[in-house]
Ligand binder design. Structure first.
Ligand SMILES: [Cu+2]
Length: 659
């Protein structure tokens, strides 16, 4: 009853997402990837609570705090307002170890904007409320905070990042999120370098979002600059590049993070040939076939870079100063950028690019599929078989022009995320997860999805506008890169699926069919489907890049991923293009997993403020510690009055079978 009341309040308070002002301070930004967070490692005070203690048993609990605030960024003499994390861009690096329980307090000190924080690639098993989207929580109102609790396991090892999932805030609000092996890395290196790529526009993100959604559509244009760790050179070579300082004859693990909002980059170290060992947080067998990587928005790639000897550096005659080149592909006009590899005492007079004309390409041309089909995971894993697949979901993504009410308007260019629906941030009005806890009628429904009205594919619930899947099954998801209804072209899109990794089965040019899949696997590699949270659909025939067109309703290309649906993954998981303007323009859909398993009752340790807009929300762990402290002892044994909580169902972990 309390929950129901809360939900009614949530609806009232949440309507329109009104915001309250907080004291306003504009901070200039700093660039930093140093871990500026002091972790507060807590002891475990709970030993035997049936539901929760087992989750925390034997784990260390680490807390961090991120503050999102209004700031301003000055690069190459141009100052632009920007939301910042802890006053830096990129935000501070968060670093944990598999096995940790992690609680990150995200505090919104922006004056009049809501926010959330998404932990890109973290599997969030049993913690669907911590996914940080407007599907999984009410946004964090100005002056309020939300504690994200995550239970990291070995499947979370690798290079990830965090970013806001509201509007275009991700362009500036984000940072590295690294999860280390508990028992040694599979490769050896001497040192690490984290290189976070950003696209930089001389425009505030709010202005870009408004233009994309306006009656008079306004495209954001290619970025003014490419930044690495918050620094870069303009097209006419103003500004200061980021220097990656290295020593002679050492091995570096370079973690590239595709934090950029739009461009699909090729990246090469001039005069060096690094190999590749990690792709989207999956260790791969060392790949030496291409020292130029392709990094789309949301991708992460780890390279092993062996630096030169002092002798060799002298012989090269480049003053120990080597360019790291970034060139965008598949889109005109391109955005090209530089970072610099600097040996001891190198670059005494600064960095001079080998070619003063920034638009001249120095790297090889982008290619369909890159070398993705050749990559092999390093560790054994179970390849999901064809005969296990119980259902195939088709995501038909293409550009449309929505009808407009205003005469002379240029129309609303949008992307169809699925079926006839275009994703908008304000739908649903009540976040899906809150709907599930409240048992609302229009919440995602497996039954409805399996009995769709005529013209809607089986598996899609058109009331909640979500695909729905059930646990203990294996599903295929095909993303079609269909011809634009505006230009008859296709372009590149880099899709991200929240929750745990899928397996990238194959990609191909043209229309998707069983025959096309068979051919791709027989002729184009794809022998070892890579576990990943990212999947690219490349522009095939009909790429705008080549100025070719294809008929409406046909595909330039397709990509297929296979996903094992497990009960501990119950939740609401967005599947979307990670190009920020495309997401804003609706290129997204939802896969709801076992919505029936999300309990309509919060447990004692779940903060009821979660159901309300405009509140601070505590993590279950915080509430448990407070409870233990209030009882005046270090341990909570789960006896007596509170024992009644023990049998309750938590996020689908309970005894009850799904109905
Ligand atoms: Cu896209």
């Amino acid at each position: 009853m309390v929950e129901l009341l809360s939900l009614v309040l949530a609806v009232l308070l949440g309507f329109g997402w009104a915001t309250a002002a907080v004291p306003h301070a504009i901070r200039p930004y700093q660039t930093s990837t140093a871990p500026v967070i002091d972790y507060n490692v807590s002891p475990i005070p709970i030993s035997s609570h049936k539901d929760y203690a087992q989750v925390y048993q034997g784990r260390s609990v680490k807390r961090a705090k991120l503050i999102v605030e209004d700031g301003e960024v000055t690069i190459a003499g141009v100052t632009t307002p920007a939301a910042l994390v802890n006053g830096t861009m990129p935000g501070p690096t968060l670093r944990f170890t598999a096995g940790d329980v992690v609680i990150v307090n995200v505090t919104n000190l922006m004056q009049n904007r809501n926010t959330t924080m998404h932990w890109h690639g973290v599997s969030q098993r049993q913690t669907p409320r911590a996914d940080g989207t407007l599907m999984s929580q009410w946004p964090i109102a100005p002056g309020k905070w939300f504690e994200y609790e995550m239970h990291l396991t070995t499947e979370d090892i690798g290079t990830r990042f965090y970013h806001s999932h509201v509007g275009s805030q991700a362009n500036t609000v984000g940072g590295a999120f690294i999860v280390d092996e508990p028992a040694g890395n599979p490769y050896n290196w001497d040192e690490e370098r984290i290189l976070d790529v950003l696209d930089w526009w001389h425009k505030p993100d709010e202005e870009m979002t408004k233009g994309l959604l306006a009656e008079n559509f306004k495209w954001i244009g290619s970025p003014n600059m490419t930044l690495v760790n918050g620094k870069g050179l303009t097209a006419d070579l103003k500004g200061e590049p980021y220097y990656v300082d290295v020593d002679y004859e050492k091995k570096y693990f370079v973690r590239w993070i595709g934090g950029q909002g739009l461009q699909y980059y090729s990246i090469g170290f001039l005069n060096h040939t690094p190999s590749m060992i990690e792709v989207d947080a999956t260790w791969i067998k060392e790949y030496k076939g291409d020292s130029v990587i392709e990094l789309g928005p949301g991708n992460r790639i780890g390279q092993l870079l062996r630096t030169k000897s002092e002798d060799q550096v002298k012989k090269d005659g480049l003053s120990g100063c080597y360019g790291i080149r970034l060139e965008s592909g598949w889109r005109k006009p391109p955005t090209n950028g530089w970072a610099v590899l600097r040996y001891p005492g190198g670059c005494p007079g600064g960095f001079t690019p080998p070619n003063a004309n920034n638009s001249i390409s120095l790297l090889r041309e982008e290619q369909f599929g890159w070398i993705t089909s050749e990559l092999q995971p390093l560790r054994d894993y179970r390849v999901l078989r064809d005969d296990e697949v119980s259902h195939t979901y088709i995501v038909d993504a293409h550009q449309v022009k929505l009808p407009t009410m205003t005469p002379n308007a240029t129309g609303k260019f949008r992307w169809k995320g699925a079926e006839d629906y275009t994703y908008v941030e304000s739908f649903p009005k009540i976040p899906y997860m809150i709907q599930l806890y409240g048992g609302l009628r229009d919440r995602p429904s497996y039954e409805r999805a399996m009995h769709p009205p005529a013209g809607i594919q089986k598996g899609y619930d058109s009331v909640s506008q979500t695909f729905v899947a059930r646990s203990s099954s294996v599903i295929d998801v095909v993303i079609l890169n269909n011809s634009s209804f505006v230009s008859n072209n296709t372009e590149v899109h880099v899709w991200h699926f929240h929750s745990s990794k899928f397996q990238h089965v194959a990609s191909g040019e043209g229309d998707y069919s069983a025959e096309a899949l068979r051919k791709a696997r027989e002729e184009k590699g794809w022998k070892t489907p890579l576990p990943s949270d990212m999947i690219t659909v490349w522009p095939g025939t009909g790429a705008g890049f080549y100025n070719k067109t294809i008929p409406q309703g046909t595909s330039g290309s397709w990509s297929l991923f296979r996903y094992e649906v497990r009960a501990d993954q119950s939740g609401i998981w967005p599947l979307h293009c990670h190009m920020v303007p495309h997401l804003v323009m609706g290129m997204a859909t939802i896969i709801a997993i076992d919505p029936e398993r999300i309990t309509p009752t919060l447990t004692f340790y779940d903060d009821p403020n979660y159901l309300l807009f405009g509140r601070n929300v505590k993590a279950p762990y915080t509430r448990m510690v407070e409870r233990a402290n209030a009882r005046g002892k270090g341990e909570y044994e789960g006896r007596g009055k509170d024992a009644q909580d023990d049998g309750r169902q938590i996020n689908g972990q309970g005894e009850e079978e799904p109905h």
